[in-house]
Design a protein around this ligand. Structure first.
Ligand code: H2U
Ligand code: ZN
Length: 345
């Protein structure tokens, strides 16, 4: 019998059809909780040096209006540009290159420099969900755009340039690699079963209950079977909608609710502002795609404390990703945490 909690084994990620090596026997030691407490750095509500705060000047001489809720602007250093000429080149048949076009934007979640998703109130979080949905709908129907990625980098170890609560949108003329993999897997599954892959996965997780972190009427937060990062979490909509703009008003409120609860649990884990990359996966441009199931991934690197982080090195760079903490253990740890932010107790 294969013992999921003890035997080294590999688990399949059915969305990307890639395997992850799980070696739980390496963590037989008991959990000692966090080992250190990082110095609390209290941020000001307004920072005159912040390029995202209301009224301040950004690179290139643009200035932010005195915004009071959310604020969207075109990234001053966009990775994708709308006017790159359509062309291709191949110095050798093995080495093709194609031009890519696109639009990059930045969304400030709040005028408050010192807040995070975990510490915003439900009404403000709801406005963030609404702006994600409208931005997605607008960009996904823009001619020449094939895929819209909305993502947040949080924490300087994730390459985030600024603690002011914000995210980015990169809308491009091509399907990015991760999306192309998930697209193929979801289409094959839908063709064979007439249901979305994530509907069937979610049903199983809700029944098994061992990898669920929390849930509401509209969304569930799961440490996926195939998690690579120590406290990786996936948000899945209960209804098989393919994108944010198909969520009802109640479901948008449900998304705001689960975001606050998951990010609060994260911050409570090591009593730090828990770093991560977070982003939505939604259907590419085109008519409603029933095979696509809206979801979001949180990829956090912290392992045992605010200073011990996981890097993908050695075997992971050269062969395949590997993890020691089982998804079941990580989900249990996250489930045991309070949803009241540690700064507010
Ligand atoms: P990150 O913190 O995730 O790096 O996002 C900040 C983005 O803000 C980054 O993509 C942009 C950077 O290009 N930016 C501006 O558009 N204007 C500025 O004045 C500074 C940074
Ligand atoms: Zn700011």
């Amino acid at each position: 019998m294969l013992d999921l909690a003890h035997h080294p084994l590999r688990r399949l990620n059915p969305l990307t059809r890639e395997w992850v090596l799980v070696s739980p026997h390496r963590t037989q030691r008991p959990w000692h909780g966090h080992l250190d407490k990082p110095a609390a750095t209290a941020l000001p509500a307004y920072d005159p040096a912040c390029y995202l705060c209301p009224g301040n000047t950004r690179a290139g001489g643009h200035s932010n209006p005195a915004y009071t809720e959310t604020y969207v602007f075109t990234n001053d250093f966009s990775a994708l540009l709308p006017d790159t000429p359509a062309a291709s080149a191949a110095p050798h048949p093995l080495l093709p290159a194609e031009s890519t076009r696109g639009i990059c934007r930045v969304i400030c979640f709040s005028p408050r420099h010192d807040l995070t998703l975990a510490r915003m109130d439900p009404a403000a979080l709801r406005r963030v969900v609404d702006i994600w949905a409208t931005q997605y709908a607008e960009l996904n129907s823009t001619p020449g755009i094939a895929y819209v990625e909305i993502f947040e980098n949080r924490g300087d170890i994730m390459g985030c340039s600024n603690p002011h609560p914000h995210c980015q949108i990169w809308a491009g003329s091509m399907l990015p690699n991760e999306i192309a993999k998930e697209h193929a897997a979801q289409h094959d599954y839908f063709l064979e079963h007439g249901r979305t892959l994530l509907s069937d996965y979610l049903d199983h997780e809700l029944t098994a209950a061992e990898r669920i972190v929390c849930a509401n009427d509209s969304f569930a937060a799961i440490v996926p079977w195939w998690a690579v990062w120590p406290f990786e979490v996936m948000l899945v909509s209960r209804r098989p909608v393919s994108a944010l703009d198909q969520l009802s008003s109640d479901e948008r409120q449900g998304l705001a609710d689960i975001l606050k609860r998951v990010t609060s649990r994260y911050d409570n884990l090591f009593e730090t502002s828990f770093p991560y990359s977070f982003g939505f996966h939604q259907q590419p441009a085109g008519p409603r795609d029933q095979a696509w199931h809206l979801h979001a991934h949180f990829y956090p690197p912290l392992l045992r404390s605010a200073t011990v982080r996981k890097f993908l090195v050695g075997y992971e760079m050269l062969a395949m990703p590997q993890r020691d903490i089982t998804p079941e253990d990580a989900a249990l740890r996250l489930r045991q945490l309070s949803e009241t932010h540690y700064t507010e107790v």
